[in-house]
Every structure is written in C-alpha cells, then in structure tokens.
Unconditional design. Structure first.
Length: 317
C-alpha cells in the first residue's frame, strides 16, 4: 500500500507500507532461524506457528515425575539425559519424532492433549536425532515445567493405541489435578458412551475432537486446544488469524498517526518524507517498525499511548 498526501505545513509525504507482507517475512525469518526452508510462495505464518506449537522452547524447566512412571533399567541413562536437558533448557528436538523436520506435519497428541513423546536413547553428537527406541517417554509440557508421565513400549503389537492412551490423562489427574481443572466440564455425570483409546485414535484420524473421560464425572476438553476437521491445530489457526488481524489494525493505526510521526521525524532534520515502513516485531503492548529511507526506528508503545522515533542503536537504551 502506498499513500501520497500533504500535511498542513506543506510537507509532501508518502507511505509505502504492507504489514501483512512483513508478517510473512517475520515468519520466514523465524523458520530459517529454526533450520526450516520457508515456502517459496504463499503463507508461511501457519507453518511457523505450527513449528512453535510442536517444538519445545529452549528454556529451563522444573521437572516433575509421576508416581506411576517406570523406567527400564537399560534406559535410565537416556531418561536422566532428557531430564537434565529439560532442567537446563537445552533442545529436546533430537529425542522427538523425525516428523519435526517437516514444518507442516501434524502431531495429534500435542494438538489434543498437549502431550509430547521422546525416544529413550542417548544422543550421539555425530547424529541429528537419537536412534529410534523401543521405549517412549511421554510428558506434559508447560512454559516453565515438564511433567513426566510414563514410559511405554513402542511396539504396536504391545501398545496398539500408544498415542491415544487415556491413561496418560489419568496420570496427570492422579498427580497434578490442578493442571486439568480449567479443562474439566462441570455438571456431566458421565458420557453416554465410554470413550476408549481406540475411539480417541479413530476420532483424531477423522478430524473429530472428542472429550476424554478418565473416571466417572471427570470429563475434559482438549488440553492442547484441539483441532479442526482437516486435523490442523485449532490453537495454531486461532493464533494465525489473531496475528493477521492484529497487524492489519496496527497498519491502520500507523497511517492514522502519520501527522504525529512526521512531527517526531522533524527532530531528526530529515529531508526525505517518502516513508518506506517495515514491521520488525509486535506483541500486545507495542509494535516496532523500521523506516528504510531514513534508517529510523518508529516504536508504538500502546499501553502508554506513546510513539517514539529513535536511531536503531537507541531502541533498547
């Protein structure tokens, strides 16, 4: 979008601005920084958000272990390695499914219950992933904690519905019921038909979000946000739409604030008011732009109702 106009002081100006395109660039950069190739055309925002949903951020976490967890002795070193990396905030990607390499692949266990799984083998520094294991560790992950639930055999003949075991939710309920309280449906004594591990697997395959009943009267909605009929994460789609709407609102706000912005730009004695504006970053409380022709930062502090113009090096001073 290019806007040409004139302010009362006879300053001619123009604005070249496209925050929707900039948002796609932000997503492309995010994908590259995480080791993924962006789509050559089209929307990269969903792909970026999907990776953020499926991956585990590298921040230190408190680790809690359920009383049910039983680790085979031959896997204790690998288990302790994962625990240590969770506590130190190291990457857990090498222990995850190789599907994490595909930015648009789906993980219904995460989408449904916010439960992640890890292969219980030790990391060889020469390899990107640990060797696939006969045993998988399942964990419920939050922003600051990791709740290790149980270890199961990865043999489909032994565990035919390994990734839809309601027992995993029951373990959370038995050990940390506070984690599930906001997902519990009140006022229902029991479901008309019990939902089994097999039922959950079939519902997910069909793109149908279901309740989960751990015990009579204990019925929960999806702790991972759920998914829609094409099996895409509802959380990811909701955030995608929220970001799109937000940057559109911010662009309109920038345009409506142009007189105030130009007044601030005058303090820098610039001669070029043909503004080429790029969105750099944004959140609920601010958005930050770079004006390319004059190499100046324009920062909108939304909660403080302020606009700040500064040199790039002054941004965080």
């Amino acid at each position: 979008m290019i806007i040409n106009s004139q302010i009362p002081e006879k300053i001619n100006y123009s604005i070249e601005i496209n925050f929707a395109e900039d948002l796609n660039t932000i997503a492309c950069d995010g994908l590259k920084n995480m080791g993924y190739s962006p789509n050559k055309s089209g929307d990269n925002v969903y792909s970026y958000l999907n990776i953020l949903k499926r991956n585990i951020s590298t921040i230190p976490r408190k680790v809690y272990i359920s009383k049910e967890l039983n680790c085979p002795k031959e896997r204790e070193q690998a288990f302790n390695e994962i625990v240590l990396k969770l506590m130190r905030g190291f990457s857990l990607t090498p222990y995850m499914s190789r599907k994490i390499e595909k930015k648009d692949s789906k993980d219904m266990l995460i989408y449904d219950w916010n439960i992640y799984h890890f292969h219980l083998n030790r990391l060889n520094n020469k390899k990107t992933f640990v060797d696939r294991s006969d045993y998988l560790l399942f964990a419920y992950i939050t922003n600051n904690s990791a709740y290790l639930l149980q270890i199961y055999n990865h043999n489909k003949n032994i565990e035919p519905y390994l990734f839809s075991k309601i027992e995993l939710v029951r373990i959370i309920e038995n050990n940390w019921p506070e984690l599930l309280s906001k997902y519990q449906i009140e006022g229902i004594v029991s479901l008309a038909e019990p939902i089994s591990d097999e039922s959950v697997a079939k519902f997910r395959k069909a793109g149908i979000t279901s309740f989960v009943e751990t015990n009579p009267g204990k019925i929960y909605i999806s702790m991972g946000g759920g998914y829609i009929s094409n099996r895409m994460s509802y959380d990811v789609i909701n955030t995608h739409n929220n970001w799109r709407n937000k940057v559109n609102i911010y662009q309109q706000f920038f345009i409506k604030s142009i007189f105030n912005i130009i007044e601030l730009l005058k303090h820098f004695n610039i001669n070029n008011y043909n503004l080429v504006v790029k969105l750099l970053t944004f959140n609920e409380s601010e958005f930050i732009c770079l004006e390319l022709n004059n190499k100046l930062i324009i920062q909108f502090l939304l909660k403080e109702h302020k606009i700040r113009v500064c040199e790039p090096y002054e941004l965080y001073m």
